[in-house]
Design a protein around this ligand. Sequence first.
Ligand SMILES: [Fe+2]
Length: 345
Amino acid sequence: MRPPSPRQNRVVGWQSPRHSGAAVPHCNPGNTNQTAGFPMIKNQHDLTQAVLAVMQQTPDARLREIMVSLVTHLHGFVKDVKLTEDEFRTGTALIARMGQMTNDSHNEVVLMAGSLGVSSLVCLLNNGTAPDGGQKETTHNLLGPFWRMHSPRTVNGASIVRSPTPGAPMHVQARVLDTAGTPVADAEVDVWHCAPTGFYENQLEAKAEGQADMNLRGKFTTGAQGEFSFWSVKPIGYPIPTDGVVGQLLAAQRRHPMRPAHVHALILKPGYKTLISQVYADDDPNLATDAQFGVTQAVTGHFERHDTLPAARAAGEDAAAPWYSLDFTFHMEAGESRLPRAPIK
Ligand SMILES: [Fe+2]
């Protein structure tokens, strides 16, 4: 019989999911290696040292690193702003409220993370990694809440408008390259965006306005040069929800809730890290003030206006001018190909 592995043999009540690869177990109070006490606390400085000493006893190395840093910064923040007791109670109530507001169709915590720039920071820190470790520009971006699995397979060059939808026609011509500039052929590309009314088809408001199931969504396969293309209508910027804690923060800071117009993409191919991206319209008035801090230079696209119809579209029943064209290049990095979980049900 083989001896147990170090992981199996380790006495740990909690370990980082990143290292364990498993769901986080509940802490077992009888399963502890905390043997050393700490000196009697006499003041605030002793307190921080006592908490850090306990954090240092965390068996899992990654969890220990995270908790020591978290406590260092959290205690530093409290001391830095000289947090009052009233402010502490208000803050904990707001955090609790964010949890209470979160359900299958809304996540106030993620919305707050975006509103504080944390979501974009994690994205930029973990992508653009070859070879400079998060220092290069990247076409990775935020997933957002409205991605759905199983969007309809669509032929390159076809339209993803699946029910009458107002707005200016938009043609997207894109390609997928690796970090060396080599085309990524046979990649699966999901695209989705909101209607010019500001709603994605899986929002209740979109159903009320008559958008068909899977309207403005499509799944494409890149060609030999990494290319894919489609017709749609030009999306518009839309506000994030403001009926919760995030809305209170934006109001207190005199910030608008708008996200600039964008087209989402999720690109998959084995051997490459799944590319989750958004391409933002360079003519949007809120490009420089995105409420979620998602806009970066690498994912800003030029939506060129045309006042005469292309010959191939002149006879189409939904042909109209002006129309817009977007030419954009996505870059995939080497890594693991896996689908995210759909954010809402
Ligand atoms: Fe979006």
